[in-house]
Structure formats: C-alpha cells, structure tokens
Design a protein around this ligand. Structure first.
Ligand code: B12
Ligand code: SF4
Length: 466
C-alpha cells in the first residue's frame, strides 16, 4: 500500500476558490477505497480559509507525510506556480511525480522536458489512477498517458475527508452528468468532457450530497457544475424533488445554464429546492457576433429566461466573452447594453481565449494573433488586476480589448469598492470617464438593490420553512 499526496497549486492573487478540487477528491477516494493512504493539499481552497488554520508548506507536508507517489493537478492558469511547486517537491522528495488536469487537454506535450516529472495524464483518470499509482516509478522523459472517459457508474463519490482543512468546507460541488453535445465556437468542453452525455444516477448523487452534509454540517451550499446541467429537464426535476425530500437546509447554485433550457415550472421547482442563483451564458449581445458563436439559441430567449430568473427572486448571473470572432469595441457596446437591460446581480466578463482545436482558434489563426495562453485568467479580478489579453484581431486590437474589459466591469459594477482608488486611476488612464461616472453613481444603488433581493429571498425561504 502506498502513501499518495495529491496537490492543487494556487496563484497568489485575489481569486477565491471556496470548494475542494473535484478531480482530486474523486481520485483520492478511489485510492483510499483501495487501501492506500491519501492526503490532499488543495492550496487554492486553503487560500479561502487561511484565517482559520495554519497552512503547512509543501516541504512541511512532504517531511511529515513522506509520500511514495505525488500527484498534481494543473490548470493552465497556474502553469508557473505548478513549475515552481515541482522544483520545490524535487528538492525534498524522491517520489515519482504524476501530473494531470485540464492543462493536458489543451497542451498535451507540456512538461516533457521536465526531468522531475514521471507521468503526464490527459483526460479523466478514474479508470487508470489505481494502476498508475501502484506501478508508479521514476521516468525520464515523462510517460504520457491518455485516458478513456469513465462510464457514469465508474464515477465515484468525492472523498472530502482526505483534504487538509475540509472541516471548514461550506460549499459542496457535484456533477449530475458529464459532457455537452453543443458546439459553441469558443468552447472546448467536447475535448475535456466529450460530446456524448454521461448521466449519473440521480438517487446516488443525492445520497452523496446527504452523506457529505452529515459529515460536514458546515456545508450550506451545493453547486451543480455539470457542463449543461438542465439538458434533460425531467432528470433535473427528479433531482430537485429528491433534493427537497432530503431536507438538508442547503441552498442550491448552478454555474452554467443555457437559457433555452429554462421554463417556468423548472425555475419554480428550483426555487422550492433552495435555488439561490442562475448564471446564464450569453457570450455576446451583438446579433452578428452572437450568431457566429453557433450557440443554437437566441438573444430573445436569453432575455426571456433572464426575466424569469428575476421574477422568481433568484440572483441573476450573466457570462460574456469579450473579443469573439467578428467583435469590435463598437459592437461590444451592444453586449454592455444588453447586460444592463437584463439587470443582472453579477456578470463574468471573460476575455476570449482561443483554446487549441476550437473554431475560434482557427478564426484567430487567420484573422488575428494568439499569444501565450498559459498563466492567463480570463477575468479581471474584483481588485482590478488583469493580464494583457493574449489574443487580438485587426478590428479589435489589444488596447481596445482592455478598454472593453474595463468599460463592461465598470458599467455593470463588478469592481470591489475596496479598490476604488485603483478603479479611478485605471479608468482615467484609459480615458473611460463616462463608464467611471456610471460606476461611481450607480454602484451604491446596485449594492442596495442586490442586498434587498437577497433579503427578500431569505425572508421567503424563512416563511416557507415556518
Ligand atoms: C467547476 C469549474 C470551476 C470551479 C471549481 C474548480 C475546482 N477547484 O474544482 C471554479 C469556479 C473555482 C473554476 C475556476 C476556474 N476555472 Co474552471 N471549470 C470548472 C468546470 C466547469 C468543471 C470542473 C470539474 O469539476 N470537472 C470534473 C472533474 C472530475 O474534472 P477535473 O477536476 O479536471 O479532474 C479530472 C481530470 O482532469 C483528471 N485529473 C485532474 N487532476 C489530476 C491529477 C492527476 C495526478 C491525475 C492522474 C489526473 C487528474 O482526472 C480527474 C477525474 O476525472 C471545468 C470544465 C470541465 N468540464 O471540466 C472548468 C475548467 C476546468 N475551468 C477552466 C478555467 C480556465 C478556470 C479559471 C482559470 C477561470 C478563469 N477565470 O480563467 C479558474 C481557475 C481555478 C483556480 N485554479 O483557481 C478551464 C481550464 C482550462 C485549462 N486549460 O486549464 C475549464 C476546463 C473550462 C474550459 N473549457 O475552459 N472552475
Ligand atoms: S459553452 Fe456550454 S453549451 Fe456551449 S459547448 Fe461549451 S459547455 Fe456546451
């Protein structure tokens, strides 16, 4: 039996990840069930609870745990941090290092030159992890493993207990399905999770949530992170009904929702189940740019769905991508205006990233330029930190993309009031006086109206319970 250390590296920035890394808690669970001793250090999550406990460095963890095998997940966003961590690990451990995670879907040949890495794993590793860990040895160059996606019944329950600091966990994330059959031009989920839907057993999923809540009463939120959570409405409703029957006292949240899958009955049931938000993918408010995304829905449907969300007192989130093929600074104004008419409580203004093997990438290769995609976050954080966009086109050059990013965040009040000085300085530097005025005058009103809608919802829930 082996001692296995699993790590999620973090970036030293203002993003807060309040959930445990799903892949590591699943893989750790499989290894634990097999009799191995597993410890998970999710430094991204630990950052969110750093005031509650002392976080040991990787050197301290290795010194005390003495792992036989070390696995690390890699997001392209934390590429440099992952490299640093590998260097530090190699100085204090002889254990073979295995790398996996979404980075290897996009950049399968990375880390081949790194003498400290023994394996790189592309894809979902549920079916290979046991064999890999039990036979792990040092290799140079690293052996490249390509996984076959597990069947739904091969996806286990997340084992939270293996993670350091899990006693402070407040948010539980779960997938009821994996995969997405749609083909939006900017998205590469078909490479990450496949186009074929893999539906998990609903009652098993609810059982797993109930178990997690029993072990961790501090969990107050359950987040569904499916690629297309409501794709089969009957299944979704079945889940909501079972969630209601379980009576856990937890709120529900959904990350990615297609507007064309929402209807009144579903939204009402979601509210009854403790639903708190719905975040709709919009991408662009300009009809031509929107059409080019091949989302297969319409801006009208999005507006109707947004109204439905608001009417049911849910928090409305919107997700946009700035700088898609055909977009310009001028056309981007349609996105800002569209967002404003929907009166969202929060908006993610993502900068377009032309990931390899997407239609968007092909377009940029012909019509623009693509720089280094590693170490890049697609959103400006609430404290106004951002990187220079990594893609640009003739009609939408880098400077305009930065302006577009700022205008959108200012006019939909996304910046934290704590960073007001930096917001003002950056806005003046970019000549965005009008957007700055909108932010300064509208932000207090926006905060008040959001707080009122949260309060109304809490009161309604309280009335329903009593
Ligand atoms: C939920 C989610 C989030 C959540 C939670 C992330 C978390 N900590 O779990 C939040 C909101 C925090 C988040 C944030 C971000 N996300 Co996100 N997210 C997702 C989403 C929708 C689902 C993730 C998930 O749970 N997948 C299911 C689990 C089972 O997969 P997994 O964790 O990757 O693990 C499996 C395999 O990767 C592999 N594996 C993973 N690690 C390891 C390690 C070893 C040793 C081995 C052998 C195997 C292995 O086996 C696991 C089991 O199958 C994915 C899309 C998707 N379908 O994956 C995007 C996705 C992962 N996110 C993405 C991005 C870009 C981000 C952000 C950088 C956003 C941004 N602003 O730019 C941030 C950065 C996060 C951070 N490190 O701080 C990209 C990653 C692209 C890349 N090349 O890295 C994805 C793929 C979306 C996309 N198509 O662009 N995200
Ligand atoms: S953006 Fe959403 S709906 Fe479109 S392909 Fe990606 S996961 Fe599917």
């Amino acid at each position: 039996m082996k001692k296995v250390l699993l790590i999620n590296p973090a970036k030293d920035d203002a993003f807060v990840v309040n959930r445990l890394h799903m892949g590591l808690t699943l893989l750790g669970g499989i290894l634990d069930a097999r009799g191995h001793t597993v410890r998970i250090m999710d430094y991204a999550f630990l950052k969110s609870i750093k005031d509650k406990l002392e976080i040991p460095s990787i050197e301290q963890v290795i010194g005390e745990f003495q792992p036989d095998v070390i696995g690390m997940t890699v997001f392209s966003y934390v590429y440099d941090e992952s490299l640093d961590l590998i260097e530090r690990i190699a100085k204090c451990s002889e254990a073979p290092i295995l790398l996996g995670g979404p980075h290897f879907i996009m950049f399968p040949a990375d880390f081949q030159e790194n003498a400290h890495v023994s394996y790189t794993v592309k894809g979902e590793a549920e079916t290979v992890i046991v064999n890999l860990v039990e036979n792990a040895r040092k290799n140079t160059p690293p052996v490249r493993i390509v996984c076959t996606a597990p069947a739904p019944e091969e996806i286990p329950s997340a084992n939270l207990e293996l993670a350091f600091g899990s006693e402070y966990l407040e948010v539980y994330q779960i997938q009821l399905s994996r995969g997405c059959p749609f083909q939006c031009n900017f998205c590469n989920v078909r490479l990450v999770a496949g186009q074929k839907m893999r539906y998990r057993d609903i009652s098993l999923c609810v059982e797993q949530i109930v178990e997690a809540k029993k072990k961790y009463p501090s969990i107050h939120s359950v987040v569904l992170t499916d690629d297309v959570p409501i794709i089969k409405k009957d299944r979704f409703k079945l889940f909501l009904k079972a969630f209601i029957s379980a009576n856990l006292g937890c709120e529900l949240m959904i990350d990615n929702v297609r507007a064309d899958l929402l209807d009144e009955e579903t939204v009402k049931l979601y509210v009854a189940a403790g639903g708190r938000n719905i975040c709709l993918g919009v991408e662009s408010g300009h009809p031509e740019v929107f059409k080019m995304t091949h989302k297969g829905e319409s801006l009208d449907k999005i507006a109707i769905a947004a109204k439905l969300v608001k009417e049911n007192n849910l928090l409305l989130g919107l997700c946009f991508v700035i700088g898609l093929p055909g977009d310009t600074l001028h056309k981007h104004l349609s996105s800002i205006n569209f967002a404003k008419t929907l009166e969202p409580n929060y908006v993610f203004w993502n900068m377009c990233v032309p990931w390899p093997e997407t239609e968007v990438r092909e377009w940029f290769d012909k019509n623009g330029e693509v720089g280094e995609l590693r170490n890049f976050s697609t959103i400006i954080d609430p404290h106004v930190n951002y990187n220079v966009p990594r893609a640009s086109s003739h009609d939408f050059p880098t400077g305009d993309r930065i302006k577009a990013w700022f205008m959108a965040n200012l006019e939909t009040y996304q910046f934290s009031p704590k960073s007001i000085g930096k917001v003002i300085r950056e806005s003046i530097k970019l000549g965005l006086y009008r957007s700055l005025a909108i932010y300064l005058l509208g932000k207090p009103m926006h905060v008040v109206s959001t707080r009122i809608s949260v309060l109304v919802k809490a009161l309604k829930r309280f009335r329903m319970k009593s």
